[in-house]
Design a protein around this ligand. Structure first.
Ligand SMILES: *Cc1c(COP(=O)(O)O)cnc(C)c1O
Length: 351
């Protein structure tokens, strides 16, 4: 019997961290920024010409692209923007990974990568990280046959561990026959950026987001930086699906955020300071904490029973993230909040 259900694109979706509502909750589960965005963003919103919503937004996103190009010292033709880096990454998977060869990424990494591979029917292989949760460079050097593509989050999630630039360059240099995507969602908190390698490697694409260090997860802004060829390919694919992804207000507030460099740097510094305190306090309580270059820590309680710590914190309205997969099930991923929020978590842990 033929059924319409045989013709569906059956996929298992990515499950984001829960978004509980309430005033008294401590939300440390989705790596959001505990601080508000730049006050310049509020000024733009307060003065927004809402009549402008009657018209389509600028399909070239020129204002935001222009600010980002200036910020990174590249040309406008080197920047692609999308609705969050999830949109940018998804477009990149669709655009660059169009062969029969396997794309590769680590077994412990952003869990959206295998989901995009599945929905776009891209063959993929997850390469195990080593016993310290680090990527092994040699695993990413092709041994005869080439890869279909490579995706590396640097710093990695949910570990927070960053890879040095020389190791990353070895991987990119050895794979000039496929695109290498470097997802720098957390790089502002202490990683080494691959942007400097773009002049040498036209198969490299660096992806960034406004959701973490720019405190604008709700605005949905992400972008890619790369050579003209890869950026044009991203626009060709994106505009084969939807001509107007970026709303006119998000283009304006995104640009305003980029212009306010001081506020941006100051809030990063605040989070990094709180991270250092958090690591010390967790270690005092017997946790093992992986070295973090991000706005979260990946920590293992001394008995490895992360699940029950997760559940007990949740009862006290403190939300952290727990991943039940084999290699991550003994850890909690804890987003760095304000000092006050972290104190509440420590009080809960002590009781
Ligand atoms: C948060 C995150 C993203 C997605 O961020 P957007 O909100 O879609 O911009 C992408 N990659 C990694 C590794 C992330 O942690």
């Amino acid at each position: 019997m033929n059924s319409w259900t045989d013709k569906l694109r059956v996929v298992t979706p990515y499950v984001p961290g829960e978004q509980p509502q309430g005033n008294d909750i401590v939300k440390l589960n989705t790596n959001e920024n505990p601080y508000p965005p730049s006050p310049e963003v509020k000024k733009v919103i307060d003065n927004l010409d809402t009549d402008r919503f009657a018209k389509y937004p600028d399909p070239t996103a020129a204002e935001l692209v222009g600010e980002l190009a200036k910020y990174h010292g590249v040309g406008a033709s080197n920047i692609f923007v999308g609705t969050g880096s999830d949109d940018v990454l998804s477009t990149a998977f669709l655009a660059f990974f169009n062969s029969d060869k396997e794309i590769v990424f680590p077994d412990v990494t952003y869990s959206f990568y295998p989901v995009w591979a599945q929905v776009y029917r891209i063959p993929y292989r997850e390469i195990p990280v080593d016993e310290n949760y680090c990527l092994k460079v040699e695993d990413y050097l092709p041994d005869g046959d080439s890869f279909g593509g490579i995706v590396i989050a640097n710093p990695n999630a949910p570990t927070g561990i960053s890879m040095g630039l020389s190791d990353l360059e070895k991987i990119i240099a050895a794979n000039d026959d496929c695109v290498v995507i470097v997802d720098e969602a957390y790089v502002d908190y202490g990683g080494q950026t691959a942007l400097g390698l773009l002049e040498k490697y036209e198969n490299l694409v660096v992806v960034r987001t406004f959701s973490k260090s720019r405190a604008m997860a709700g605005a949905r802004i992400g972008y890619a930086v790369g050579g003209e060829k890869v950026i044009k390919e991203l626009y060709d694919v994106a505009q084969s699906i939807n001509s107007y992804t970026m709303t006119f207000d998000s283009l304006k507030i995104g640009a305003a955020s980029v212009r306010d460099e001081k506020y941006f740097r100051d809030r990063i510094e605040d989070v990094v300071k709180t991270r250092e305190i958090t690591v010390r306090e967790l270690e005092k309580r017997g946790f093992t904490v992986l070295p973090s270059s991000s706005n979260f820590v990946f920590a293992r309680p001394s008995d490895g029973d992360a699940k029950s710590v997760f559940e007990k914190l949740r009862e006290k309205e403190i939300y952290v993230r727990y991943f039940s997969k084999e290699r991550t099930k003994e850890f909690l991923r804890i987003t760095i909040g304000t000092d006050k929020q972290m104190e509440r978590m420590f009080e809960a842990l002590d009781s």
